[in-house]
Design a binder for this molecule. Structure first.
Ligand SMILES: O=P(O)(O)OC[C@@H](O)[C@@H](O)c1c[nH]c2ccccc12
Length: 258
């Protein structure tokens, strides 16, 4: 499944590249306003930090929310105290697009993550051109050489890689890369199974000085408390915010957790 998601994302990138070649996107990326400092925004603090996600659908959960106006949702997230916003730009299964990222960028001034199945430099350049400050790299989807070169490109462009892991070996690969921001996704992207305790088991392998992000499976404040007790500096939350009716109030509750 993860392989299909990557293949789909690359096919979509190839289609966009016919419209806008690499050199043009590279020029846009280099001309874009400087990226915001995401490591500072997500730095460990006495309260947990929240990365709030703009997410319409997922392969495991199906349609979640229509989100006709992603910029308005992002403004609610910012008002609720999100430390960063994740925008799912994958088109086929998550219903996102780069246009969503551009719209959100125009609406808020906190760091933005491009959440997609990134596997080639073109997608990283697109992210920067659209105003992203962070780019997701999924360790399970990439070989070591590709992971290292994409990581280096993201850093070179002034952005921050969020390196996503799902087991001890992937954490080791993320640490070897020198990642400053490591996520542990409770959802296995190959089987879609959820394991709320995975973060607690593998987070101790992430060295001090690295920002630890617990991704997925936050439905309520108890889940945030659970992740915080296991050492999370930040949580990445999608479904609970887009389906709950009052994203700002939910965020304010999550952010209280110390
Ligand atoms: O909706 P949730 O369970 O709160 O999850 C958010 C986020 O962690 C999830 O969307 C996610 C984490 N890693 C990913 C990689 C690709 C696509 C999506 C994801």
């Amino acid at each position: 499944m993860l392989g299909d998601l990557v293949a789909g994302a690359l096919a979509d990138a190839a289609r966009r590249r016919e419209q806008r070649p690499l050199a043009a996107v590279e020029a846009d990326a280099l001309a874009a306003p400087a990226a915001l400092d995401a490591l500072e925004a997500l730095a460990p603090s006495d309260r947990i930090k929240v990365i709030a996600e703009v997410k319409r659908a997922s392969p495991s959960r199906g349609a979640l929310a229509a989100i006709p106006d992603p910029a308005a949702l992002a403004a609610e997230y910012a008002a609720g105290g999100a430390s960063a916003i994740s925008v799912l730009t994958e088109e086929r299964r998550f219903g996102g697009s780069l246009d969503d990222l551009v719209a959100v960028r125009a609406a808020v001034s906190i760091p933005l993550l491009r959440k997609d199945f990134i596997a080639e430099p073109y997608q990283v350049l697109e992210a920067r051109a659209a105003g992203a400050d962070l780019v997701l790299l999924i360790v399970a989807a990439l070989d070591d050489a590709t992971l290292a070169s994409l990581h280096a490109l993201i850093v070179e462009l002034g952005m921050t890689p969020l390196v996503e892991t799902h087991d001890a070996d992937e954490v080791r690969r993320a640490v070897d890369l020198g990642a400053s921001l490591i996520g542990v996704n409770a959802r296995n992207l190959s089987t879609f199974e959820l394991d709320r305790d995975l973060f607690g088991r593998i987070a101790p392998l992430i060295p001090d000085g690295t920002i630890r992000v617990a991704e997925s499976a936050v439905l309520g404040v108890d889940d945030v408390i659970h992740y915080r007790r296991s050492g999370a500096d930040a949580v990445l939350v999608g479904e609970a915010l887009v389906t709950g009716g009052n994203p700002r109030a939910a965020l304010e509750r999550f952010r209280e957790v110390s």
